[in-house]
Design a protein around this ligand. Structure first.
Ligand SMILES: Cc1ncc(COP(=O)(O)O)c(C=O)c1O
Length: 392
C-alpha cells in the first residue's frame, strides 16, 4: 500500500469516527422502540433479520429491475406472500410501496383511471392520506358517517354511490381506534353497483388474518370477498419489517397498465407506480422477515399483541380510566378530559402516547415490541399524571 493511500485511510478512519459520533449524538435525541416508551406509534421495531437484509441490498434500485434482477425476484416473492395472506385470486398482482399513504394514493389513482370519475366515498374515520389524495389528484371526498361502534355505516353507502363515483374505501384497522369496517357488507354493495372497492388495511392487514384462531374477529376482510378490488397493507406496521415498506395488491394484474408509463433510460420498457428510483433494502428486509417468521410467527405476534392489549386495558380500567371502545385490534383509546395535557405530562416523563383530539382521548398501540413489563412500568407513571391532572 502506498504512503498516500495509507494516509488517506487514516484520515478516512478519523473522519468516519467523527461523523458516526455526531450521528450517534443526534440519534440519542430520538425515542427508541426498544425502550418500550413509544406507546402511540403504529410502527414496529424491525425484526433483527430485517436489519441484516436491508444492509445487503442498500445499493439496489428496484426502479431499475433490468439491473437488479435478483432484487426484483425478491419483490415478486414478497408480493406473492402478501397475495396469499390476503387470499388474492390468480389474476392478482401488486406493487411494493413506501407505506399506507402511497398504497392509498396508488389505489385511488387506479380507480380514477378505470372509472374516469373523481368522487371517493370514504368513512369519516379514513386516514388523512385521503386528504392528500383529494388535492393531489383533484378528487372529491364524500365522507360517510360512522355508526355508534365507530364503523362505516354501510347502509349510507348505496345512497351516496352515483355516476361520479370512482371508488368506495373501507378500513380494516382504523388509525384512531383499530376498528374494522363491515368489509363484507360494503363489498357486496360495491359488487352489485360495479364500483371499485379499496380496503385500507395498512394497519390491520398483518394482524386480522390471525385473529380467528384467537376467537376474535371472525369476519372476512380480504379478496375472499368478491367486491374487493384492492388492498393496501403495511409491512412496517404489524409486519415487523423496516420502514418504509407497504404493499398494494390489485385483483387484476392488468390494472397496473393504468398506472404504467413508458420508461426510457432504464433497463426496462415500462414502469408502474408513483416512484422512480426506490431502494430494494426495505423489500429485502420485509421478505427476510416473512421468510423467517412464516404464518406461524405472525400468529404468535398476533397472540402476543392481543394478550398485551387486553392486559393493558384491564390495568387502565382498574385505575378508574374508561376506554372509548373495547379494542378489536391492538389499539387502545383512553377517554380523558384533557388528553393533550396528559400527552405533555407523559412526554416530560419520557413516555410517548398519541392524542386523538376528536375523541377526547389518547391512543396506545401494543405493537410487537411492547410487553406486559413495559405496561407495568408505564402504569404508575400514567396513574401519577392522571391524578395530578384530576383525571382520576
Ligand atoms: C389505516 C391507515 N392507513 C394509512 C396510513 C398511512 O400509512 P403511512 O404512514 O405508512 O403512509 C396509516 C398510518 O397510520 C393508517 O393507520
Amino acid at each position: 500500500m502506498s504512503y498516500i493511500s495509507m494516509l488517506l485511510q487514516k484520515v478516512h478512519h478519523d473522519r468516519e469516527k467523527e461523523i458516526l459520533k455526531e450521528l450517534q449524538e443526534f440519534h440519542e435525541k430520538d425515542y427508541h422502540f426498544n425502550s418500550g416508551h413509544i406507546l402511540g406509534s403504529m410502527c414496529s421495531q424491525p425484526h433483527p433479520i430485517a436489519k441484516k437484509a436491508y444492509d445487503i441490498f442498500l445499493e439496489t434500485n428496484i426502479g431499475d429491475p433490468g439491473l437488479f434482477k435478483g432484487t426484483r425476484e425478491i419483490e415478486k416473492r414478497f408480493i406473492f406472500f402478501i397475495q396469499n395472506l390476503l387470499n388474492a385470486p390468480p389474476s392478482a398482482s401488486g406493487l411494493t410501496v413506501s407505506g399506507g399513504t402511497e398504497g392509498n394514493i396508488t389505489g385511488m389513482w387506479i380507480a380514477k383511471q378505470l372509472s374516469q370519475n373523481q368522487e371517493i366515498i370514504i368513512p369519516a374515520s379514513a386516514h388523512f392520506s385521503f386528504q392528500k389524495i383529494a388535492t393531489l389528484m383533484d378528487m372529491k371526498l364524500k365522507p360517510i358517517p360512522l355508526t355508534s361502534d365507530f364503523k362505516m355505516d354501510a347502509a349510507s353507502i348505496k345512497k351516496r354511490i352515483s355516476s361520479k363515483t370512482a371508488a368506495v374505501v373501507g378500513i380494516a384497522g382504523s388509525t384512531d381506534l383499530g376498528v374494522i369496517d363491515p368489509i363484507e357488507e360494503i363489498g357486496e354493495i360495491c359488487n352489485d353497483e360495479h364500483v371499485y372497492f379499496h380496503v385500507d388495511a395498512a394497519f390491520g392487514g398483518f394482524i386480522i388474518p390471525f385473529l380467528e384462531k384467537l376467537g376474535l374477529h371472525q369476519g372476512k376482510f380480504d379478496f375472499s370477498i368478491d367486491g374487493v378490488s384492492s388492498i393496501s397493507i403495511d409491512a412496517h406496521k404489524m409486519g415487523f419489517a423496516a420502514i418504509p415498506l407497504g404493499t398494494i395488491i390489485l385483483r387484476e394484474k392488468e390494472w397496473l397498465d393504468e398506472i404504467s408509463v413508458l420508461s426510457s433510460c432504464i433497463n426496462s420498457t415500462k414502469q408502474a407506480g408513483i416512484l422512480g428510483t426506490r431502494s430494494g433494502g426495505p423489500v429485502a428486509a420485509g421478505y427476510a422477515v416473512t421468510r423467517y417468521l412464516g404464518l406461524e410467527g405472525y400468529q404468535e405476534i398476533a397472540n402476543h399483541c392481543m394478550d398485551t392489549t387486553f392486559y393493558a386495558c384491564e390495568q387502565f380500567q382498574n385505575m378508574g380510566l374508561s376506554l372509548v371502545i373495547d379494542p378489536e385490534l391492538n389499539v387502545i383509546c383512553i377517554r380523558l378530559k384533557k388528553p393533550q395535557k396528559i400527552v405533555t405530562m407523559l412526554e416530560q416523563k419520557g413516555w410517548r402516547v398519541n392524542p386523538v383530539d376528536h375523541l377526547s382521548s389518547i391512543r396506545i398501540v401494543c405493537m410487537p415490541q411492547i410487553t406486559k413489563e413495559h405496561i407495568d412500568n408505564f402504569i404508575p407513571v400514567l396513574k401519577e399524571v392522571c391524578k395530578k391532572a384530576g383525571e382520576i
